[in-house]
Design a protein around this ligand. Structure first.
Ligand code: ZN
Length: 191
């Protein structure tokens, strides 16, 4: 079997954790939060939900837009706590995160017309984890024909929607599926 190399230099800032680019300092960091981790920052700053791309949250988990998406609608599902291994997760957190995966596949199907998904978890730096200290599942929506001539010939992926408009349509859809909440921060509980 032959393998091709994916050249993705835009991921360097992400892998190196250039979280300092984010201007959104939380009013109060969560207990045990890692201040250089963008997921801890997102979990600690409901007041900056939109700027940090947070589209959903619960007392145990959060869903964030990937700032460097592999496809339109690429989101990350993570525990609110800075935990690095599966063994660190309580049964309650595991269940909550799996429910978020199920719910967000449904939302992405409805809002973006996704026809399938790649769902994955990179455990540890050697596996390709960009933020190895904070577990997160990737949900990458897929469409038939999404690997078309552009990636093949031009080495370019076409992302048809900005993160800002994507955030708006996804949070709107999330509110519809969760009528009690008006925005991501209203689901939040500081830990
Ligand atoms: Zn973290």
């Amino acid at each position: 079997m032959s393998h091709e190399t994916l050249w993705a230099p835009w991921r360097l800032g992400y892998v190196q954790g250039s979280v300092s680019e984010l201007p959104c300092e939380p009013l109060a960091w969560r207990t045990h939060a890692c201040h250089s981790c963008f997921l801890c920052r997102a979990a600690s700053a409901p007041e900056h939900a939109q700027a940090l791309g947070v589209v959903d949250s619960s007392p145990l988990g959060l869903v964030v837009l990937n700032r460097f998406p592999y496809s339109n609608g690429h989101v990350l599902v993570a525990p609110v706590d800075h935990l690095s291994t599966l063994e660190d997760l309580s049964d309650e957190v595991l269940l909550d995160l799996q429910k978020e995966l199920v719910r967000w596949c449904a939302i992405l199907k409805k809002v973006l017309g996704a026809e399938g998904f790649n769902i994955g978890l990179n455990l540890g730096t050697v596996s390709g984890a960009g933020v190895p200290g904070h577990l997160h599942w990737h949900i990458v929506p897929r469409w038939s024909g999404d690997v078309n001539f552009m990636p093949s010939i031009a080495g370019t992926r076409v992302l048809p929607q900005s993160l800002a408009t994507l955030w708006e349509s996804l949070t709107e859809a999330r509110c519809e599926s969760h009528p009690s909440s008006k925005n991501p921060s209203s689901l939040w509980a500081k830990g």
